[in-house]
Design a protein around this ligand. Structure first.
Ligand SMILES: C[S@@+](CC[C@H](N)C(=O)[O-])C[C@H]1O[C@@H](n2cnc3c(N)ncnc32)[C@H](O)[C@@H]1O
Length: 478
């Protein structure tokens, strides 16, 4: 279950031609994007160290290293001088490298900040967001990472979604950082108790490649979805899952890669989610925000930041099941319109079902750049430096009015150059850009700024406690 073994450990100082040592003593430098601190060996080689805090003196076990490597990676396995914000006890023993490496095993990923108190985690995330904005967007701003409403003091019990790998013995597990190995997991403190209560670790899930669990924050029926390996023994798996459904109310779905639709083995093929007065049915493989408090917080905050008014036209890009579409539809009313663009067939179908009775909402399935190019062809190849006029346009002929405001919530890769250029050409009044990766956000903000846009505000939310991840909301105006 360890990651790739190191070259033979060699004691002594590493030189350019010698094998690296197994362990090093290092003074940790600043935090960097990706969740590690940056340290340097006496020879000046950069080492990306996980599970440490800036300024600490630590013993580091090298996990990726080689005499020719440009930089090395390692985990903290001993703390010689601790930061006062280091916790006495890690939030999750299986993710604590001090414990796991002592028995020769890599820690699981998913709680790489679990050694630090929450305020220290938030300070590290704020530093990363500010640094990315400065370096990639040329934007100097003080960032505060806001705790989520009702946060547990140790940052546990927030995940309503989790996926597990399955090991060779059919047990659920998780991967160590940058490893394909599977570490069996029986309890995961970051999930809602409802997930642990399923006791999936007691089942033999041989034949499943991955197990996704969705447990709505309001305690309604959870859903377990199996991604089946080719040739999986479905009858045996169904019998195994019947042990679970016999002891509690839970839905079960399954799908092999070559099948179009998930099959319901028990209960319903979706979970029911709520935010404000709205209700969604989200399929097993559909997208929904992971933090239990995120839908309630974001479903208004993000469309409000974009600021649509009655009769206006709003665009919800990377819309998922339509978390922001719902508040937009309320704000613009039936005199206005909302176009929600979502690439996943499953998630866009969820959105279509939800908004079937809202005439002002139109759900477009497809890649954002392609849908924008289809609805507003004049934005596909913007002429340099010229903003399109806001008069009657080709888009009107196709039934989509030019957007007044836009929400942009892409996956980690960010929106990218094409979409940014298309939005610049469409020239909405305001864009609210929600991002789970501050580096790609900063890259895209840099492009908007070079096109003459102004970043009006930046907020950041601690939506992934005990991990290095952070959610950032930037509001842009031309
Ligand atoms: C971070 S989620 C946001 C979903 C939604 N805004 C929410 O908060 O629930 C990103 C969504 O973008 C979709 N997506 C990813 N790449 C896409 C693309 N190129 N075009 C359209 N949708 C895409 C994913 O399927 C996912 O639902």
């Amino acid at each position: 279950m360890n990651p790739a073994p190191l070259p033979a450990p060699a004691p002594g100082t590493p030189g350019p031609d010698t094998a690296p040592p197994a362990e090093l003593e290092l003074r940790l430098g600043p935090i960097a994007h990706g969740g590690h601190t940056v340290a340097r060996t006496a020879e000046g080689r950069v080492v990306f160290v996980r599970h440490g805090l800036p300024g600490e003196l630590v013993r580091v076990r090298l996990t990726e290293a080689g005499p020719e490597a440009r930089f090395w990676r390692g985990d903290v396995v001993g703390v010689l001088e601790a930061d006062p914000q280091r916790r006495a006890e890690h939030v999750w023993a299986l993710a604590d490298p001090l414990l796991t490496w002592a028995r020769g095993e890599a820690p699981v990923g998913g709680a790489e900040f679990g050694h630090a108190e929450l305020p220290a985690q938030r300070a590290l995330k704020a530093a990363v967001v500010a640094e990315q904005l400065s370096r990639l967007a040329g934007l100097e701003t003080v960032v505060e990472v806001e705790p989520m409403p009702g946060e547990d003091p140790l940052g546990r019990g927030w995940r309503t979604r989790v996926h597990f790998a399955v090991d060779a013995a059919g047990r659920i597990g998780m991967h160590p950082h940058r490893s394909a190995a599977v570490v069996p997991v029986d309890r995961f403190p970051l999930v809602l108790p409802a997930v642990d209560e399923l006791r999936l670790a007691e089942l033999d899930l041989t034949g499943a490649e991955r197990v996704d669990v969705a447990a709505p924050a309001d305690g309604s029926t959870p859903l377990v979805h199996l991604s089946l390996a080719p040739g999986a023994d479905r009858d045996r798996l169904r019998r195994e899952l019947a042990r679970l459904t016999a002891r509690r109310e839970v839905s079960v779905t399954a799908r092999a890669e070559d099948e179009r639709q998930a099959q319901a083995w028990a209960g319903r093929p979706a979970v029911v989610e709520h935010a404000g007065p709205h209700r969604w049915e989200v399929s097993a493989e559909g997208f929904w925000q992971i933090h239990r408090a995120a839908p309630e917080l974001l479903h208004r905050a993000v469309p409000d930041a974009a600021g649509a008014g009655p009769g206006e036209h709003a665009l919800d890009l990377y819309a998922g099941a339509g978390l922001f579409t719902a508040a937009f539809a309320d704000a613009v009313g039936e005199a206005g319109s909302v176009v929600a663009v979502e690439g996943s067939p499953v998630t866009s179908a969820d959105a279509r079902r939800t908004f079937a009775d809202r005439p002002q909402v139109r759900v477009e399935r497809g890649s954002v750049d392609k849908v924008l190019a289809r609805l507003w062809p004049q934005a596909a190849a913007p002429s340099r430096g010229r903003r399109p006029s806001r008069g009657r346009s080709a888009s009107r002929d196709r039934g989509a009015s030019r957007p007044d405001v836009v929400v942009l919530d892409p996956p980690r890769a960010g929106a990218g150059r094409t979409v940014v250029d298309q939005l610049v050409a469409l020239a909405p009044r305001r864009i609210a850009y929600l991002a789970c990766d501050p580096a790609t956000l900063a890259r895209d903000l840099g492009r908007f700024r070079r096109a003459g846009w102004h970043v009006r505000s930046v907020r950041a939310f601690d939506m992934y406690p005990n991990t290095h991840h952070v959610e950032t909301l930037a509001v842009l105006e031309p």
